[in-house]
Design a binder for this molecule. Structure first.
Ligand code: GAF
Length: 400
């Protein structure tokens, strides 16, 4: 973000680790999602914006098929792998360590190879990473790591991939190589967002629109509140939410829940009950269908130039995540309740849930009071102090 943590430093570190100059330095950002949670894998709508926090990669190609990966954020030397030997079964990242950080960039190289984009002994590279995207905060530090890898390799090898194609390959790396059943939102946000905009994305066909999101011009601020908790439950619960949505779509005979019309929602829920779907699954369906509608509502309000009025829609989105999708937690609920009571225009959890971050829309003049109220409420409840910072809509992946 700054010179201290920027291209100069990452280049110097590359030199120290590998003993040569890198060919270049690339950046890919983390994100917050304004609205549209758990809708992406239901072929629905999302609306993320990129943060100024980025994962940087200094990189050079190699001709011997060796991939070396080093991170300034993780202790230890470079992980060395052979591109032709990368396989999801072995995990690829240092002898089956599928949970390790190197699985993300290694998975991207694997996905490029599987797509037939790396041939012969090509595809080797030296990469050094440094990131300012908080990890474990639901701000897509993994997607930033994947997308910066793919963007660097795209340039180094002259692959000619578009940003959406890069996002798809990164999602494949995460699904099939790392083993996380995520949707496409985070990778699309990191690859495609632009400064001063939120990205309205149709996750079915990846049609996108850059929606101007100039908070300062309207005297507003969007705060990110990182609760600094991540509940264990999260990983399995994401997969089970996804499975419930897919089962409901199958029961209804539609391709995805995106195809369930908002207007006929009550009838659809009654039909699901008749088909034997349990009450929890019916609530999941209600969340997805109403959340898609909330994305459309937010778009309409932003198009009408009325950013303030999206506040209650954000808060309604939180209630739906909490009550129908059941992915919130005590800390996230506390942020929303406290911020709204202290004068915020609206707030909600953002990202996968079970911890991580919330966003708070607030008039500039109220930002300090709201931040203070949230911090005090965390103290009173015995929670660690949250990290609070403004979300400034920033650029997507790029060469620096
Ligand atoms: C995580 C996933 F990676 C995304 O694809 C998305 O489903 C999100 O949770 C919930 O909206 O960030």
């Amino acid at each position: 973000m700054t010179d201290e943590h920027g291209p100069g430093r990452v280049t110097a570190e590359f030199r120290e680790v590998y003993g040569t100059e890198p060919d270049g330095v690339w950046a890919a950002p983390g994100r917050v999602n304004l609205i549209g949670e758990h809708t992406d894998y239901n072929d629905g709508f999302v609306m993320p914006l990129a943060l100024p926090h980025t994962c940087l990669a200094a990189a050079s190609p190699r001709t011997d098929g060796v991939l070396r990966l080093h991170s300034g954020d993780v202790p230890g030397g470079a992980v060395e792998l052979r591109v032709e030997e990368l396989s999801p079964v072995a995990g690829g990242a240092g002898g089956g360590d599928r949970g390790g950080w190197a699985a993300y960039p290694a998975g991207v190289v694997w996905a490029l190879r599987e797509a037939g984009l790396l041939t012969g002994g090509a595809g080797g590279a030296d990469l050094h990473f440094e990131s300012t995207v908080p990890t474990g905060a639901g701000l897509s530090s993994s997607a930033a790591l994947e997308v910066v890898t793919a963007t660097a390799l795209n340039d180094l090898y002259g692959l000619g991939l578009t940003p959406p194609r890069i996002a798809q390959l990164c999602q494949r790396a995460e699904n099939a190589f790392v083993g996380v059943p995520c949707g496409i939102m985070d990778q699309m946000a990191s690859a495609c967002c632009t400064e001063g905009h939120a990205l309205f994305l149709d996750a079915r066909d990846l049609t996108q629109r850059q929606v101007p999101f100039d908070l300062a011009a309207e005297g507003l601020r969007l705060l990110v509140v990182d609760t600094r908790v991540k509940h264990e439950l999260g990983d399995g619960a994401y997969a089970s939410r996804r499975a419930a949505c897919e089962a409901a779509a199958r029961a209804l005979g539609v391709r995805a829940l995106r195809d369930v019309p908002f207007e006929g929602l009550d009838a659809t829920l009654a039909e699901l009950e008749r088909l034997g779907c349990d009450a929890a699954t019916r609530r999941r369906v209600r969340h997805v269908v109403t959340e898609d509608r909330r994305v459309e509502e937010v778009i309409q309000r932003l198009d009408a130039g009325d950013t303030r009025s999206i506040g209650p829609v954000l808060t309604a989105g939180h209630a739906s995540c909490r009550d129908d999708f059941e992915i919130s937690c005590e800390e996230l609920d506390l942020v929303v309740e406290t911020a709204n009571a202290a004068g915020a225009l609206g707030s909600r959890m953002t990202g996968g849930g079970f911890g991580g971050s919330a966003i708070v829309l607030v008039a500039e003049g109220d930002a300090d009071a709201v931040s203070k109220a949230v911090t005090e409420a965390f103290g009173a409840a015995g929670h660690r102090a949250p990290r609070i910072f403004p979300a400034v809509p920033s650029a997507g992946a790029r060469r620096l």
